[in-house]
Design a protein around this ligand. Structure first.
Ligand code: C5P
Length: 262
């Protein structure tokens, strides 16, 4: 099972680049990220429904959930008694493959946790699920994969380019994935989804600021650029945020240091 850390890091990295983010998540022990719309679900069926809804008008779907491939066919209303039973058979049925089945005018990125034939198996998933990029990781490696803060992944894109990344934090992995995707998105969004209004706005909100999340930023004011349907380059985002804050007389040293830290 996964801890949700990679998915949360992906949501936070996209938010920090100015994207409007919907995070669909199963139960985790992680704090809710600020500035992200969160939809909590428990089953694969619910996740598929929530994802199908969230991708309406979206430019990108990134799937990092380790969804179980099967679920019990029947749910017992009561505790199963062990008396007189030496073994028990639970019938399982297939769960939907969410990433493969949810399609539309958005790009798809997936993860592939593999124990053997990393490149071959990940490439197969990329093709079968119609992805633009797959992040493959060998989960037999220490410090990589489930429940830890770090990951060592190999990126494979749709033209077969293979990029082996060193061990790094999941947040860094998320940013590198967006670095690779943003050029594709910009080309795609020309025809697909343009933001409704041409003027971006800055949203200011009180944030729960902890050292681990954003570093110490004094006042705890959190600013981010709202420009629906577009993942912006980080420098572009920060430049625009600062400009808008200045125009509105809201620019302060705190915000500047915060922008710098992103
Ligand atoms: O399970 P598998 O290795 O095929 O997972 C590859 C990708 O597909 C991952 O991005 C995972 O989040 C996604 N997936 C899914 N629904 C499933 C199983 C996997 O969306 N039922």
């Amino acid at each position: 099972t996964s801890s949700g850390k990679m998915g949360y890091a992906l949501a936070e990295a996209a938010r920090d680049r100015g994207a409007q983010v919907v995070l669909v998540t199963g139960p985790t022990n992680l704090p809710d990220p600020v500035g992200v719309e969160i939809r909590k679900i428990k089953t694969a069926i619910q996740m598929k429904a929530a994802v199908s809804d969230a991708v309406q008008g979206a430019d990108l779907l990134v799937a990092a959930a380790a969804v179980s491939d099967y679920r019990p066919r029947h749910e017992e209303a009561k505790k199963i008694k062990k008396a007189g039973r030496e073994s028990l058979t639970v019938e399982l049925e297939r769960n939907p493959d969410i990433l493969a089945e949810v399609n539309g005018s958005f790009l798809k990125v997936g993860f592939a946790a593999e124990t053997e034939d990393l490149i071959k198996n990940a490439t197969k998933k990329l093709k079968e699920k119609n992805l633009v990029l797959v992040a493959a990781n060998d989960v037999t490696q220490p410090k990589s994969g489930f429940a830890v803060d770090t990951n060592r992944v190999t990126l494979i894109n749709a033209s077969g380019k293979i990029e082996e990344l060193p061990l790094m934090t999941k947040l860094e992995v998320a940013h590198i994935i967006y670095d690779r995707i943003v050029p594709l998105l910009k080309a795609g969004t020309e025809v697909a989804h343009r933001p409704q209004s041409g003027t971006p706005s800055v949203r200011l909100m009180r944030a729960r600021v902890t050292a681990g999340d954003f570093g110490h930023v004094g006042g705890g004011i959190f600013a981010y650029l709202q420009e629906p349907s577009r993942v912006l380059d980080i420098n572009e985002t920060m430049g625009r945020v600062k400009e808008i804050l200045k125009e509105n007389g809201l620019y302060t040293q705190n915000i500047s240091s915060f922008c710098y830290q992103l």
